[in-house]
Design a protein around this ligand. Structure first.
Ligand SMILES: [Zn+2]
Ligand SMILES: [Zn+2]
Ligand SMILES: [Zn+2]
Length: 314
């Protein structure tokens, strides 16, 4: 059972999902619930001896039907892989899985907003190391989506389109490009190595993308993830947030949304974490020790030197 309460002072919903207190927390390597089920061993979440991509309902859901959804997306049966190290074709297949889940969850009446994301690394609270992401179907429009729509109104049109045009005109913060995507550190990034991967054409969601655009998106996301790992030569923690058009929310929000993927890495150096403290928590203002232009230069070099992997395989 989950309970939603409205926090008046913040103007936002808080979700109480107290059963999650009991969820599996960093199990031993040989008790990974996201591994395939091996002959003679106990059944894991995935009752097959091998698999490519698996999607199932989260056993410890933050939202559940008929008030939303929470799903787990396992990227591979290889426990020691990562999103960055997936073969290119697997990463492309993941884009199609995301698209299918967006369609199916978005069609539900109890879901207003489909949010695909990955938490990577204990620094952002990961409880299972096996490479996986999650999908939440929110029964309401969450605040970040609402604020992005406010940006559309403020800028007099699609905010991601406007901001992309500015970044391409300036170029100092662009770190990677494909035929259909641009990756940049935003002009006013909040995290030291925050980066956004944006579709060049206005695409409200994965549903509006052509096959080539999905392939480019997969390549761009992997290119950035590999660049992150190369930046400090260590597995790089991040939150990866896929922002798309709301699937509900009524006419006020109709037409909002432009597919883009935001990465929030908590590291500000190889060793030091950025903590959300007094100013960030109590005043809502980020204080940064680094300039986006300098981070972009370092990230651009890291992406260029990161090993290319996964060409061809499945
Ligand atoms: Zn595993
Ligand atoms: Zn747009
Ligand atoms: Zn966004």
């Amino acid at each position: 059972m989950t309970e939603l309460r409205f926090n008046e002072l913040r103007g936002e919903v808080v979700d109480y999902a107290i059963h999650r207190q009991e969820r599996t927390f960093l199990p031993a390597r040989d008790h990974c619930p996201l591994d395939p089920t091996r002959a003679g061993a106990p059944v894991t979440e995935i009752p097959f001896p091998s698999f490519e991509i698996a999607v199932f309902d989260n056993r410890f859901p933050a939202f559940e039907s008929p008030h939303g959804a929470a799903e787990v997306v396992v990227y591979t049966d290889d426990h020691d892989a990562s999103f960055a190290s997936l073969p290119a074709r697997r990463a492309q297949a993941l884009m199609w899985v995301w698209r299918q889940r967006y369609t199916e969850l978005g069609a539900r009446d109890d879901i207003q907003y489909v949010y695909i994301f990955e938490n990577r690394g204990v620094e952002v609270g990961v409880t299972l190391h096996h490479p996986h992401g999650q999908i939440y179907g929110y029964p309401f429009l969450p605040p970040i989506a609402e604020r992005e729509h406010e940006a559309d109104v403020r800028l007099g049109g699609c905010a991601p389109c406007t901001l992309l045009a500015r970044e391409l005109a300036d170029r100092t913060r662009v770190v990677h490009e494909t035929a259909s995507t641009v990756t940049y550190v935003p002009h006013a990034a909040r995290w030291a190595y925050e980066a956004h991967v944006v579709l060049r054409e206005h695409r409200a969601s994965l549903l509006d993308c052509e096959a080539g655009e999905l392939a480019d998106l997969a390549a761009a996301l992997q290119g950035l993830a590999r660049g992150y790992d190369a930046l400090f030569d260590r597995p790089f923690p991040y939150v990866m947030a896929v922002h798309q058009a709301p699937t509900g929310g009524g006419p006020a929000i109709a037409g909002a949304g432009h597919l883009h993927v935001e990465f929030y890495p908590p590291l500000r150096t190889a060793e030091k974490l950025k903590y959300l403290a007094g100013s960030e928590q109590g005043a809502g203002t980020f204080i940064s020790d680094t300039l986006p232009e300098d981070s972009a230069a370092l990230l651009r070099a890291a992406i260029a030197r990161a090993p290319m992997r996964g060409e061809g395989g499945s």
